[in-house]
Design a protein around this ligand. Sequence first.
Ligand SMILES: [Zn+2]
Ligand SMILES: [Zn+2]
Length: 251
Amino acid sequence: MATKVVIENAVLRGSQQEQFWQKVATVYLDGGEEFNVVAPPKATGDALEWLKQFQVRSPTAQGYNPVTDGRSQSIIQQVQAELEKRKLDSEIWRSGTNPDGRYVAAQICLRGHVLNVNGTDFERGEHCPKCGEASIDACQHCKVAIRGGEIYASTTDYKLPYFCHKCGRPYPWMADRLSTAKELLDHDDKLLLEDREKLWGLLQYVMSDPKSDMVPAKRKLFEIGLGKALPATREFFLDFVAKYLAEMTKS
Ligand SMILES: [Zn+2]
Ligand SMILES: [Zn+2]
C-alpha cells in the first residue's frame, strides 16, 4: 500500500472543547482516499505517547465515519513510523509547540528579535531577517526550549523572555545588555569600587525578580547610588531599568 502521511500535529495541545478530537495526521491511501488520524481531546504533549488512543476517521460531507476494519491498524502504524522519523529529524525542524504542550515554541535571534512564535513548525538555526544574527529556540546552557506564549494566547501579547525559565541564566540578548551595563559601571571613574559593586548587586536583584515586593525599595537605592555616577552612566541605567521593568511587569 503506497500511502502519503501528512503530520498535522506531532505535539498535541489538548483541545479546549471536550468533543473536539485533535488531528494528528492526514493519510492518503494509494487511490487518493483520505483518512484522518485523531487523538483524544485531553491528549497533550508528544503524540507518540497517545498511539493506543488514536482513532482513524474517514471524512465525509456530513462529518466523518470511524474506520474500524483492518485498514485502521495499518494507517496508525504508518503515522507512528512518520512521527518517529520526525523525532529523529528534530535537529532540523522544531515543532511549533513546546514539548510540554502548554506553550508554543519560540525562535529568537541572538539579539532578541523574535523570528517565530506563532505555533507553526520552523527550521532550526535560521538567521534573523532584521539583523542577520543566528537564532536559537532553546537555552544554550540547559538546552530547555524557550517558551513562546501560552498556546491559546494571542501572539501579539508575547513578551520576550530575558532569563531561562529553567536554569535562570540570561538569554544571549540579555547577557549582551548586561555585559554592556557592567562595562559602563566598571569604567565610570566617578564611582568607587564599592559603589560599583553595590550598584551591580542592586541591579541584578531588580532584574532577576522584577515582581518582588522589594523591587521599588531596591530600585530607589539604585537610583540614589547612581547620583554619584557620570551623567551618561546614570542616563543609561535609568533608561535600562525603566524599560526592563515596564516590559517584565506589564500584565
Ligand atoms: Zn535579529
Ligand atoms: Zn536554561
